[in-house]
Design a protein. Structure first.
Length: 262
């Protein structure tokens, strides 16, 4: 296991599958468990096109994630899964794609982004625009990969932070504002895929609707409140859906059927 520090409270764990078969698609998650501590549902951030490895980017937030953060490279991490639905790849083929992520929300989108970028898949998709934002330059994840995306000639990549510092020479602004001010697309010809903090998702969807995106063309992934991954504990039950079984990927059209407080 390789452990890659991303920020002060986020690490990426790269696991060698050691010949074991683990088949997943972008958007799915797994239950990671530490013996004697417990387990937590975590999005798979690696693409299924990356053979032989599995990556999880984990923010230290509770008992289980803190225990995972204390692991050393030679320690073992239990995996159960994959679970959940996937991004609707068949509906995205032949489409222009607008990825919008905030903070650690880039982790689940990265699986789909790198799937799209794979040499065998890239020609199945049209234009790609990525808008990624974080609270500060120090909160950006996958910095080495962001630098690679900046040099790609087949995509448009926008990077922003809420608050800059003396070294930051890039855009400063909230993701929904940067979206409205810098991205002009025909909403009938694009699909938007979003992930980030709930407040960011809320106002990004609002901005997309103001840009005339249709609810069925706005796709997001929800991970809050998931626990067992099997739809048994009821913790993630929201309206007619169980996030862990019916999701975590939903269109805004589906979100409109959920209780307003969510």
């Amino acid at each position: 296991m390789e452990i890659i520090p991303e920020t002060s409270d986020i690490k990426t764990f790269r696991l060698d599958l050691e010949g074991e078969i683990f088949s997943h698609l972008p958007g799915q998650f797994a239950e990671l468990f530490v013996p004697g501590i417990g387990e937590a549902p975590i999005s798979i951030t690696s693409s299924p096109t990356q053979k032989g490895i599995l990556e999880f980017s984990i923010k230290r937030a509770g008992l289980v994630t803190s225990a995972i953060h204390r692991l050393n490279p030679n320690d073992r991490l239990g995996i159960r899964g994959p679970y959940g639905n996937t991004f609707p790849i068949s509906n995205l083929i032949g489409q222009n794609l607008l990825f919008i992520a905030g903070g650690i929300g880039l982790a689940p989108l990265r699986s789909l982004i790198n799937y799209v970028f794979d040499a065998e898949n890239r020609n199945q998709f049209k234009k790609v625009t990525i808008l990624y934002g974080a609270r500060s330059p120090q909160d950006l994840v996958f910095k080495w990969e962001l630098e690679k995306w900046k040099t790609r000639e087949d995509i448009t990549f926008l990077l922003t932070v809420d608050r800059g510092d003396e070294q930051w020479k890039g855009t400063v602004g909230l993701v929904p504002n940067v979206l409205k001010e810098n991205i002009q697309v025909n909403p009938l010809e694009w699909k938007s895929i979003i992930c980030g903090p709930p407040i960011m998702i809320k106002f990004t969807i609002k901005a997309l609707l103001e840009m005339s995106f249709q609810p069925q063309d706005i796709i997001t992934t929800l991970e809050m409140r998931m626990k067992c991954g099997l739809g048994k504990c009821g913790r993630c039950n929201i309206g007619p859906y169980y996030v862990c079984k019916d999701g975590p990927v939903f269109t805004y059209q589906q979100l409109q059927k959920m209780p307003e407080e969510y």
